[in-house]
Each structure stands twice: as structure tokens, then as C-alpha cells.
Design a protein around this ligand. Sequence first.
Ligand SMILES: Nc1ncnc2c1ncn2[C@@H]1O[C@H](COP(=O)(O)OP(=O)(O)OP(=O)(O)O)[C@@H](O)[C@H]1O
Ligand SMILES: [Mg+2]
Length: 599
Amino acid sequence: MARAGSPLRELRLLRELGRSYRRLNLEYSRLATVFILMVLSGVLEMSGLSILYPLVLALGAGQREEIGRLLAYLPFAPSFVNDPRVQLQIILIAVAVLYVAKNVVLYISHDYDIKFAMHYYRELIRALYSAHVHRSVLDFRKESSGALANMICVQSERLVHGVVRPLLIAATESFLLLSMLIVIYFVSPWVMLLIVVACGGAAGGYYALFRQKALGGGKQRMRAASVLHELVNNTALGINEIKVFGKEDYLTSRVYSAAVTETEMFHHYEMYLQAPRFVIEGVFVLAFAGSFLVAIAAGTDTAVLLAKFSIIAASSFRILPCVNRLVGSYYNFSFSIGPALALMETVSELDLRSKTKATGDAPHGRGRVQASHLEVRHVAFVYPLTNRPVLKDVELAVKTGARVGLWGASGSGKSTLIEILAGLYAPTRGSVLVDGKSIAQDPRSWQAAIGYVPQLPFIMPGPVRENVTFSADGVDDDDRVWRVLERVGLATFVASLPEGLGTELGEKGAGLSGGQKQLLCVARALFREPQVLLLDEPTAALDADSEEMVLKAIRSLPAETTVIMVSHKQQNFHGFDATYECDNGRLRWQAMAHPLNTE
Ligand SMILES: Nc1ncnc2c1ncn2[C@@H]1O[C@H](COP(=O)(O)OP(=O)(O)OP(=O)(O)O)[C@@H](O)[C@H]1O
Ligand SMILES: [Mg+2]
């Protein structure tokens, strides 16, 4: 691995960026367009500057031969070039055309650069999110939600603004700088050499002095940002405890100390970014004035000197901002190398799905398995990083249409078993079979056939309608959405919302009570018309009336729908075929008082 301060890190980052570009399956034609526009701006810049030389000569009298010599270079040198007024007009028109053309191309190039960077940015966000959300549940949960949000929302933005855009700016400016230096070389090789040595030396010296600091600052800023994000992000979850324990000030001080680090690092970064401007400008003016002082002392013809002076002065108007942007974008880049490499490392480990590779969400309804007999055989389960078996030897057989209840003490493994049945975790030992075939062979088809109501309801920021359909498809079938809402007893409430099914939910939208969230999740599961419905305490947060509503909806499911429901209240299993107690990693069958159809 390259040492923290070695320039190999820059090269490694460039290589990783190239790789990510390939892995994201982005079009190379975009990259080619960026490059062509850069070269074109450079060429136009060069032409615009070079034409100033004959212009100034033409304006100064007595330089006819020099102008004639220059115009003779033109492939279409007109016959009337001897008239000085026409010469001046030709040159003026050429200057105007070239400058307008150059600015148009620079505008287009700038516009395209931003488009290019933003395209990379949105594709990166899509690929990062998609890669994470496609991971197995256990892998997904390894990452804290703050770290995940930080990576996808903050670090990817920094990669684009701290690395991709500075690189594009640096490349454009390099072309411009190169073209201007070529012009100055033809005017006076010595002045060019002096400028390159003086400005290059100043920029290089500054870089050598402060690079390490910038690298360290970048890393610290990333860490502080991550802590800040996680703290703020998790406050919503803990706000009740924070209030009850009176810890508002403690949390504020934690947030503040993260903000202090982040802002201090930003301060260094800004100073690191701005300072070279002052250094380089000073050095440039010294070099420029010095070289002309020497030329005047040497007795050079003042008309030629004036023309040379004006062209170098004109280029310096362009060169200085150009060098500043070049140096600034490089420093910006070097400040972001650490975090960018860390992000690129994560990217390289992920299974990035390009848009074309995305297979689309699991089908539901059509093409799903015809579940009939569900069998759990000797299932054991141990969570990774723990060695205590949560499930030891679970045995269960459920026929199509059976209604099965699970109950047991907190922590006895009911949710874990439901998650295994939902194909979210693979058992450590044993298997779950549907009609004799393990669900592990094709969890997606199995999941297409089931409905699942988790213990903690999930509400997506978005309209009620999409929260029920859980997809952008089927959102036009409002009647179906209303029917399931009716079945779980949410229809009246939703109808009372300002925009009905279109009302936005989530933290910033209409608030739902814990029970309403649960009802919505039940509605979402029913909307899929599942063959097997897995419910993990779907009524835990409900009042007696709402609870009865949900139980009624479950009881009124088609006879062929299999139901496996976890509940702490055994009376909720009224009308069920069988109930089991989850205890010590096993299921113990319980006799039912009034079973409807016994297994
Ligand atoms: N992600 C996890 N990593 C490690 N251990 C876990 C994880 N999730 C749950 N456990 C452990 O597994 C055991 C069973 O948890 P589970 O959520 O299945 O219990 P439960 O029966 O549903 O409890 P409750 O009635 O409180 O919902 C618990 O002891 C818990 O500590
Ligand atoms: Mg549970």
C-alpha cells in the first residue's frame, strides 16, 4: 500500500476512479466529449491570444513589415494586405470572432463538465444504495445507519466536489495554461521560462510544505462529519430518552464538539486553498516586471516591446486565475484523497449493479411459487459474532391455509424464526422447505409469494399510496388501495388527510401513531395478496378496537392463505389451527381450545 504522503496515492485514486467509471458502466463517449471540449478551448485560447500581437503591432505605426510577415502566415492572405486600415480591420474582426468563439466553447465545456460530474454522482449514489440494499440482511445490519447515510449522502458528494470536479477543472485549466505558455514561448522563450520556473517553484514549494497537513485534515474532517451525522441522525430515535433523562445539553455538547472539529478542519482547508493565489500572483508580477526591466535596460525596440508586453500582460490576465484554479483544484483534490480512497475501497468491494444489470424488484403475484406445504426441519440459528444459539432445533409443519400462532417470552427467538421463514436469514443448521424444496434455492420466488409484517413498522417518506403498494407500479389502482385500507380500518383516517392517498408520510409528512404505522404495514402485506402471511406482533401497538379489526382482516383472508402470526396474547389466536410456544430454542405445540381445521 502506498505511504500516506506519497504521490502514488494520487495515481491510485485516479486508477480507482477509472475502475469505478467502468464498473458503473458509464459511457466512454461522455469522457471523450469532455476531452474534445477541453482541447478545443485550449486551441481557441491560444489563437485568441496570438492574434493580439499583430493587433498591437498594427496599432503602433512603423511595424508594417512585421505585420506583413505575420499575415503572410495566413493561408488565405488577402491581396489588399498592404492597406494598414484593412489590415487593422481584418485583425479586429478575427480577434472578435475568436474571443466570442472561445467563450462559447468554454461555456459549453463548463456546462458539459458539470453535467458529466453530476451524472457520475447520481450513478454512484444509485449504485451504492442499490449494492447495500441488495446485501443480505445480516450483512446490511453490520453497518450503522449513520455510517451508511454518511457514505451514500456525504462522502459521495465530497468525492464529486472534492475530486471529480477539481480534476475536470484542473484538466481544462492545464490545456488553457499550456496553450498560453506556447504563445508566450513564441513571443519570448525567456519570459516563458521565467514564468514557469517562478510560478511552478512557488506552487511546488507551497505544495511540499502543506500537503501532509491537508491530507491529515481531510481524514479528520471525514471522521468528524461521520460522528456528527450519526449523532444527529439517531436523535429522532432517542428523543424520548434524551428528554426523560434531561440529556439535551449533553447531546448538544457532543454535537458541538464534532462540529468544532469539522469547522476547524474546514478552516485549514479554506486557507490551504486560498493562500497559493497570493503567493503565485506576487511571484508572477516580480518575474514579469523583472524581465521587462532587463529588456528595457538592454535597449530593445519599444514598439516591439510594447506588443510583447501587451500580449504577456493579456495572457497574465488569463494565466493568473488559470494557475490559481489549477493549484486550488489540485489542493482541493489532495485534501480529499484520503476520504475518496476510503470510499473507492468500499466501492471496489461492493457488488455494483449497473442500471442495465438491475433485474428489477421481485415479482409478486405472477410467476411466484405455489406454496402449499411449509416445513421447518431441525432449524438452528446463531447470529454472527455471538455464539449463543437463538434457535436450537425448531420443527414445524404447516399445511396450506393453516393458521398458526407463535408465542413465547421476549428474546425467545420468535422474530428470528419469522425472519428465517421470510428467507431473510439462512439457518445455521437445518432447512425450511416448501413442497419439499428448500427456500434457500430461490429465496426471491419464495418472497414473491409471501406477505410480511415486521415487529417494527417501516414507513417510507412518500405518499400513503406508495406506502401501501410499496412500489411505483400499481399506484394507479386506487380502488385496490382503498379496499385494503378499509380492511385494516385505516380508510376513514386516510380519507380525512388533506390529500388522501397522496398525503406525504415520513418524518416531514403527516404523522402516524405507532398503531397506524402497524396498520399500514398490515395493509401493505395484504395488498400483495400473499399465499403465506407472516406477522410479527402486528397488533402490539393497537387499541382493542384496531386489534380486533386486524384480527378480523386476518380471519377473513381466503381459506388457502397460510398465516403464521407471532403474538404475546394467546387470545389473539382464537380460531387458529395450532399454536406453539417458542422456548429454549425449540417450538412446543399447544393444544387449541377451538381449532377450525386441525393439522
Ligand atoms: N441482530 C442480532 N444480532 C445478535 N443477536 C440478536 C440479533 N437480533 C436478535 N438477537 C438476539 O436473539 C435473541 C432472539 O431475538 P428475537 O428478536 O428473535 O426475540 P423475540 O422472541 O422476537 O423477542 P420479542 O418478544 O421481544 O420480540 C435475543 O436474545 C436477541 O438478543
Ligand atoms: Mg420479536
